[in-house]
Design a protein around this ligand. Structure first.
Ligand code: MG
Length: 683
């Protein structure tokens, strides 16, 4: 055995023995008086000159470490002046759902992920490596220990010590079974398979994102449990050492970029603000603040959208930036944030106000899931605390009872490529949100051109969603289905995924005939550019013109994925209409420059993780035989009674290289829409 190997085994054995002894001692008696070795370690981490720690320091200097720890616990229990923005112990309530999570937590049936319900049982003797479904999220998120906070609330509300006792046991069990082994240990050849599992486990238990999650939540758990008889001085020293190790681990292992880095930075601000007694507290706080000050400039487009182009992560990013401000406000350090920080957060919120729908639901582009009105009201109410003067935030936060709707209706977010057509701000409005932006990252899908269309409370074209993240081949296959271009409302060549998402805006305006226009193009495939024009006519219906331009040949299709419910296809007319009984209906009719087939496709929509519902999806397909451009016209018209469908006609009037003109007739009324290339924006 090499010296490196033996050193690793020694390190492992020492770590396990030390933790196990402490673990045994602590479970024997909650009143156990803490030993000197660990107390000494805690006192190395704390600044004993911190105001309020005078008695701790005196006992420590006199060698009375047990008394010093007693004093430290008394200090924390009576501590004033450190404010937590996310919890108020005087106004706690426990929902039935939280009580269920807490009670199941007592039985080691841990709430790890809402996509995997009922929760799995992790064993009488907890197995922190149990991985019942090979979805990475299930393994990672176990280490977010999300059931501990409900246990803490259940403890505060009931004062039943069983919750505190179990929490301390689980907390110490976690420390004991999830040692932070160095990654170099993983290459040790002669380590047994059991030990290798421990090294492998570090990748899950100590991934910085999960560490940051615990770093934030444990500030709340500390408040919820600190008065328990099971929260002994000995436990306090264990807690503080473990907490310190967490923050130091992030300090040396921040993620490279993206939302993970934002989460980690914000939670380091929490760590520094909540435990200012640590010698390192200032370093943690300032590292988090400087990262957020830097990243808000890098990760947010000039129009306010987060660069991952995912409404869910956009929301998460807002809440990260906002939480950092709220903890700073609660503890008096807002001035450490940059001058543009607040105005950027405000712009990010304005993206939400514009792009989400009037019933508070969001488009499910990229990896976004469906948020509920209740969740969004809560978000707006938090944001209103930071921006009390913003009338639109107030309007949304109050469910339209106070404040005022924005003065504009339609709006383009030109740098991130989101376009919103709307005719009002209330639930009886029509609103389309369309995505056609620059390249993005892992969370974004090859879906440029896709849209959701909300009409009077019904979203007729919800995005397919994402269903699941990453893991085994089976899980990845499920994810890949929802990511496909063809399950979005856009154009495909041979049903393949777009090879490039990098759309350029060509026109965004309103004509003298009150037609709102969007023209953009995307180099979707090698040899094929998709140019899509959207005309919002009389603020009441849509004409879409799709052009497939380039040398490529093959089957070109435009796809429409409808909401759940009854839709009727008239194949001879290339027409689909809904048959809802509430007089809120829609007709979609497609016309093309050459002969076209309508094909029924596999259709699913996923509003929540690992949940999906069948829905109707159609492809309107034609053959592109040579380099000539092929074109489609789609008319999307809100209607009332399904038995009274309007007569729709559409044709191309001009298809010159520099001009496109289309005529659409609805019953007897004719409309002309189009563009000239001389009107295109110049880049
Ligand atoms: Mg999608």
């Amino acid at each position: 055995m090499s010296s490196a190997n033996s050193s690793f085994i020694l390190q492992l054995t020492h770590s396990i023995m030390k933790n196990y002894l402490l673990f045994l001692l602590l479970i024997l008696s909650p009143q156990f008086s803490f030993g000197q070795e660990v107390a000494a370690h805690v006192f190395e981490l704390i600044d004993l000159d911190y105001p309020g720690l005078e008695k701790v320091k005196k006992n420590y200097n006199e060698g009375n470490l047990d008394f010093a720890l007693d004093e430290l616990l008394s200090y924390y229990r009576g501590r004033q002046g450190i404010n937590h923005p996310d919890i108020d112990l005087n106004q706690l309530s426990l929902s039935p759902r939280e009580l269920k999570i807490a009670d199941e937590g007592l039985k080691h049936q841990f709430f790890v992920h809402k996509g995997y319900q009922p929760s799995f049982f992790y064993g009488e003797d907890i197995d922190w490596t149990y991985w019942p479904v090979k979805d990475n999220e299930l393994r990672w998120q176990l280490h977010r220990t999300k059931w501990w906070q409900p246990m803490g609330k259940a403890y505060q509300v009931s004062k039943d010590e069983k919750y505190a006792k179990e929490w301390t046991l689980q907390y110490l069990d976690w420390i004991y079974k999830n040692p932070l082994l160095s990654s170099s240990s993983a290459s040790t050849e002669e380590v047994s398979s059991g030990e290798l599992a421990s090294v492998e486990n570090v990748r899950f238990a100590w991934r910085p994102l999960e560490v940051s999650h615990r770093l934030q939540d444990q500030t709340i758990q500390f408040l919820l449990f600190q008065d328990s008889e099971y929260f002994t001085p000995a436990f306090l020293s264990q807690f503080l050492c473990n907490y310190h190790k967490h923050a130091e681990h992030i300090l040396g292992n921040y993620s490279q970029k993206g939302n993970h880095l934002l989460f980690e930075a914000q939670r380091m601000i929490y760590a520094g603000a909540f435990f200012p007694e640590f010698k390192q507290a200032r370093t943690w706080r300032s590292s988090g603040i400087s990262i957020l000050n830097r990243e808000i400039k890098k990760q947010v487009y000039a129009d306010g959208m987060h660069f991952e182009l995912d409404p869910h992560y956009h929301l998460a990013a807002i809440n990260i930036f906002a939480k950092a401000i709220r903890v700073a406000d609660a503890n008096g350090f807002r001035n450490e944030f940059g001058a543009d920080y607040l105005s950027t957060v405000e712009k990010m919120i304005e993206w939400v106000i514009n792009c989400h729908f009037p019933n508070y639901t969001n488009p499910m582009f990229s990896d976004a899931k469906q948020d509920t009105k209740q969740e969004m009201l809560k978000n707006y109410q938090e944001w209103e605390k930071i921006f009390p003067e913003n009338l639109s935030i107030r309007y949304m936060a109050s469910d339209r009872q106070r404040g005022a709707a924005p003065e504009h209706l339609s709006k383009a977010f030109l740098s991130s490529g989101f376009y919103v057509f709307r005719n009002g701000w209330t639930e009886d409005a029509i609103q389309m949100t369309l995505k056609a932006g620059p390249p993005a990252f892992w969370h974004s899908q090859p879906d440029n051109g896709t849209f959701e269309l909300f009409i009077k409370g019904r979203n007729f074209f919800p995005d397919s969603g994402s269903y699941v993240y990453a893991g085994s081949a089976e899980v990845n296959k499920q994810r890949a289905w929802f990511k496909q271009t063809r399950v979005h409302n856009t154009l495909t060549l041979n049903r393949e995924n777009m090879s490039q998402c990098d759309s350029k805006n060509l026109i965004w305006d309103r004509t003298t005939h009150h037609i709102e226009r969007l023209v953009y193009e995307n180099p979707s495939y090698e040899g094929l550019t998709h140019r899509r024009s959207v005309f919002f006519v009389d603020q009441s219906f849509f004409i879409l013109v799709d052009e497939a331009i380039g040398e490529a040949e093959g089957k070109v299709a435009i796809h429409y994925n409808l909401c759940e419910g009854d839709f009727k296809l008239d194949n001879s007319k290339h027409r689909i209409n809904s048959e809802f009984e509430d007089d809120n209906n829609l007709v979609l009719q497609v016309f093309s420059s050459s002969s076209m087939a309508v094909l029924k496709e596999e259709g699913w929509v996923s509003y929540a993780y690992r949940q999906k519902a069948a829905r109707d999806s159609f492809a309107f397909e034609l053959e592109k035989k040579d380099k000539s451009t092929v074109r489609f016209i789609s008319v999307i018209l809100p209607t009332t009674k399904p038995e009274h469908l309007p007569k729709i006609k559409a044709s191309f009037i001009r298809t010159q290289a520099d001009e496109l003109q289309v005529q659409v007739q609805i019953n007897k009324k004719k409309y002309r829409v189009g563009y000239r290339t001389s009107e295109f924006n110049v880049y």
